[in-house]
Each structure stands twice: as structure tokens, then as C-alpha cells.
Design a protein around this ligand. Structure first.
Ligand SMILES: O=C(O)C(=O)C[C@]1(C(=O)O)C=C[C@@H](O)C=C1
Length: 240
């Protein structure tokens, strides 16, 4: 199928920017597609979606796939995130998702990220086929549905640069966390009569960290925790 070529008959699919009047149609596609996929129930009532999407048309970039007069899919993105990509189940497997994804890749040529529910294996396979890479998997505690999800990235035309940019963002968060942790280590020290290191306590720390980072595991994290605590104690001693 060559959906963007003119003159391909009644099934010709075109992609155009959304207009405010599209909110109802794209909300309907979203809800149908979502319920046809292995995804958790939406966190908000169905009736709130069209008004929400109406506020996003204009604020975000929203692209509508249309077959004749019928809205069959849409994509919504910011400068760095793909927030939505849904195809009506009745128009599935016709290349419409790929068409929308190609529009987003063109617009965000330096790369972008998106979240997919871990349970949504068809979507994960679709994105893998289209060159997206899976990054971290969460336990879902940070999303509204409380369902495990996976962060994906399309690393764009300079993948190394894009992924290093993501590393830089994480390192900034890590720096904030290390500063908070070092301040606590420092606050504890004057309360202790015996300041020898406590290996059992440090092992517990490594195990707690490992529960949030199972891919690393406690044994690999023991030396990391040791280095952090050594640096924190050293800074505390030199700043006294
Ligand atoms: O909990 C303590 O006793 C601390 O001194 C804090 C801390 C840490 O930074 O977590 C530092 C050194 C100890 O060996 C164990 C833990």
C-alpha cells in the first residue's frame, strides 16, 4: 500500500495537522485503540479525553491520519516526547501507524522518547521493528495507571549524541541525589560514638538500591555504595 500517493482510491490515507474540531474524533480513536490493546484501563473517565485533547491541539504537535473523511489515527508529540500514537482497530495493519511514526521521526529528527506499557507487547514489537530502543522499565509507581511501563527512544540522526544527552540528564538527577545523600551521611556522623564503618548497614543500603535497579543487582552495587559512602564521609570530615 502506498497511502500518501494521490489517486489510490477510497482507501488513500493522508496525514495532516490536527484542527480543534478533531478532538472528538481522535479521542474516539484513542479509546477504541486503547481498549483493543493489552493496556490498563485509562486513569480518567472517557468523557474527559476529548476536552483534554482539545487543549493539547495547538499546545502540542498533533497529526491526524485520515482515510477519505474518516479519522483513522493520530499522533501527538512535543519537542522531545511522543505522547500518543493510536490507530483505529478497524484500520489496523494497513501501515497507518508506520506513516504517523515516520511523520514524527521527520519532525523530531534529533530523537525523541516515549512510554509504552510493559504489557503492550504488540506496540513494543512495532517500535522495535521501527528502530526504537527500549531503555528503562519501571514498576509503574510514577504513572497514573500504576502499571509497569518501558521508556523507548528513537535516537534520531545522531544516536550517540542523543543518548549521551539522556545520560547527561540522568547524571544531573544523580548529582542531586548524591548531594542529598552526602548531607545526610554528614548529619549522622556527630551522633555516633563509634565511627567505624558498618558493613552490615552498607550491605543493606546496596540491597535497597538494588531493589530499584534489579538489572545491576546487589553484588555489583556494593562497590558503588562503598565509593559513595567513602566520598561522603571524606567530604564530611574535610568540611567539619
Ligand atoms: O548509618 C550510619 O551509621 C552512617 O554513618 C551512614 C552511612 C551511610 O552513608 O549510609 C555511612 C557509614 C556507615 O558505614 C553506614 C552508613
Amino acid at each position: 500500500m502506498t497511502p500518501t500517493e494521490p489517486g489510490t482510491g477510497p482507501d488513500e490515507v493522508t496525514v495532516r495537522p490536527a484542527v480543534p474540531g478533531d478532538a472528538g474524533a481522535i479521542a474516539a480513536v484513542h479509546l477504541r485503540a486503547r481498549r483493543a490493546a493489552p493496556m490498563p484501563e485509562p486513569a480518567h473517565p472517557d468523557s474527559t479525553l476529548a476536552p483534554f485533547l482539545a487543549t493539547r491541539i495547538g499546545a502540542d504537535q498533533v497529526w491526524v491520519a485520515q482515510a477519505g473523511e474518516r479519522v483513522v489515527g493520530y499522533a501527538r508529540h512535543t519537542a522531545t516526547w511522543l505522547d500518543d500514537l493510536y490507530v483505529d482497530p478497524s484500520a489496523a495493519r494497513q501501515g497507518i501507524g508506520s506513516l504517523l511514526l515516520d511523520v514524527v521521526k521527520d519532525r523530531l529528527a534529533d530523537g525523541f522518547c516515549l512510554w509504552v506499557f510493559a504489557s503492550n507487547t504488540p506496540a513494543r514489537a512495532f517500535y522495535a521493528r521501527h528502530g526504537l530502543v527500549e531503555l528503562e522499565e519501571t514498576d509503574g509507581s510514577a504513572n497514573e495507571e500504576r502499571a509497569p511501563d518501558v521508556r523507548l527512544a528513537w535516537p534520531g540522526r545522531e544516536p550517540l549524541r542523543f543518548l549521551r544527552g539522556l545520560v547527561d540528564e540522568v547524571d544531573e538527577e544523580l548529582g542531586d541525589l548524591l548531594a542529598r545523600r552526602a548531607a545526610l551521611t554528614r548529619a549522622i556522623q556527630p551522633l555516633k560514638t563509634d565511627r567505624t564503618r558498618d558493613p552490615a548497614r552498607e550491605r543493606e543500603v546496596a540491597e535497597r538500591v538494588a531493589r530499584r535497579a534489579p538489572a545491576l543487582g546487589a553484588d555489583r552495587l556494593v562497590p558503588v555504595v562503598d565509593a559513595i559512602i567513602t566520598a561522603s564521609l571524606d567530604a564530611a570530615a574535610s568540611n567539619r
